[in-house]
Design a protein around this ligand. Structure first.
Ligand code: DOR
Length: 428
């Protein structure tokens, strides 16, 4: 294993430091370190070292839609975005609702070796919302599943949701809910409001999300279980979460980079690259989400990286699949949206430490420090770059940021002492 001497990086908000990376760990940190003969020197002057980012919400599409993404291509996109671990959503084909499928995804992640791929198991068989999946067998499998989600679909039946919350308590699991009351979003195409009325598109009202979150925090309190809310998108959801947290309910929540940056007015061009579920909301919602992320009512940023093949995305708005790719742009978008308010310490907390804690990924979410696994990312805070869809490592091109200039660039990523990205390029 090559020894690396990373020279002069600021670890989060600290002073410039040298980091000696040897045998998978940070062997030493300090000034004027010498790596000894054979150490490869990385000039990190002006760069910031962050704990490797952890994504709680990634669609890797394998098995089943390898034309849109594979575990390997998604892992590469993740590493390039500064991630060292991603949680792979269960809405694959077949659905990840058995120990066999989650173990397959976990093994594919190990083979790719670019990030730790932690499978999420489905809550219900086939994501159909009728019958609990084999949660215990997935938890006991080699993949050691701890997060369960029917994401893409809501666990709408309150009795089933209650049973799922009760079941996962046994192994400190968590149910990650896609909060969408389906009876209120039938046929919905975009956020319900002035823009949907103007465009004549059926609306997805904020209350469809808020009603489920309100119900589920009460269920989590009632049974004493952990709830995680996926992709929170409305100001009203933030208020319910604030109330639940003040009451001591064990609820955590994520926001996506796109819900921190983009609004429903983008639907006006009918470009389906802006179609996503939950939909882009209003500027007032964006403001509330930004503040909630800064004050901690929303715990983490999660990408909801949702790659789609061209034929599924580049068609008329009503027929296009919802979702956007996001792994390679997440850090830049978050910095653009709230960097001045979060600072690097806040970014490290919301994009690495908190998601690692929620997912139970003990090896992740730690600042590079002596004795710790060398699992970190080096970012250039002064860089600016223009998003070129054709240059993305993801197999899909559905980025809403095409042509946009963004701040901050990932220069290198290390996973247990091995570089997965160097000089901004993936190592495999
Ligand atoms: O926009 C979305 N795309 N939202 C979801 O909940 C699912 C995801 C997907 O799988 O494409």
């Amino acid at each position: 294993m090559t020894t690396y001497l990373v020279r002069g990086a600021r670890v989060v908000d600290g002073d410039p430091t040298d980091l000696l990376v040897r045998d998978g760990v940070v062997a030493e940190a300090g000034s004027k370190l010498t790596g000894g003969a054979g150490a490869e020197v990385i000039d990190a002057d002006g760069l910031v070292a962050l704990p490797g980012l952890v994504d709680l919400h990634t669609h890797l599409r394998e098995p089943g839609r390898e034309d849109a993404e594979t575990v390997e291509s998604g892992s590469r996109a993740a590493a390039l975005g500064g991630y060292t671990a991603v949680c792979a959503m269960a809405n694959t084909s077949p659905v990840a609702d058995t120990a066999g499928v989650v173990e397959q995804v976990w093994r594919l992640g190990r083979t790719a070796g670019l990030v730790d791929v932690q499978p999420i198991g489905a809550v219900t068989v086939g994501l159909r919302g009728e019958q609990l999946a084999e949660l215990g067998a997935m938890a006991d499998s080699a993949a050691r599943v701890r997060i369960f989600s029917d994401d893409g679909h809501c666990v709408a039946d309150p009795r089933l949701m209650r049973r799922a919350l009760e079941y996962v308590r046994a192994f400190d699991g968590v149910i990650a809910q896609h909060a969408e009351e389906p009876r209120l979003t039938d046929g919905a195409q975009m956020h319900e409001g002035i823009e949907s009325a103007r465009l004549g598109l059926p609306g997805w009202p904020a209350v469809a999300e808020e009603a489920i979150i309100a119900r589920d925090v009460l269920l989590a309190e009632h049974v004493g279980a952990r709830l995680h809310v996926c992709h929170v998108s409305t100001a009203g959801s933030v208020e319910i979460l604030r109330w639940a947290k003040a009451r001591g309910i064990a609820v955590t929540a994520e926001v996506t980079p796109h819900h921190l940056m983009l609004t429903d007015t983008l639907a006006g061009g009918y470009d389906p690259v802006f179609k996503v579920n939950p939909p882009l909301r209003t500027a007032a919602d964006v403001d509330a989400l930004r503040s909630a992320l800064v004050d901690g009512v929303v715990d983490v940023v999660a990408t909801d990286h949702a790659p789609h093949a061209t034929q599924d995305k580049e068609c008329e708005w009503p027929y296009a699949r919802p979702g956007m790719v996001g792994l390679e742009t997440a850090l830049s978008v978050v910095w653009q949206a709230v960097g001045d308010r979060l600072g690097w310490a806040g970014v490290a907390e919301r994009m690495s430490r908190a998601p690692a804690r929620i997912a139970g990924l003990a090896e992740h979410g730690h600042d590079p420090a002596p004795g710790r696994a060398a699992t970190f990312t080096l970012v250039d805070p002064a860089a600016r770059w223009t998003v070129e869809p054709a240059e993305l490592a993801s197999r899909s091109r559905n980025t809403p940021y095409a042509g946009m200039e963004l701040p901050v660039r990932v220069v290198a990523t290390f996973l247990r002492g091995e570089p997965t990205v160097l000089d901004g390029k993936a190592m495999r």
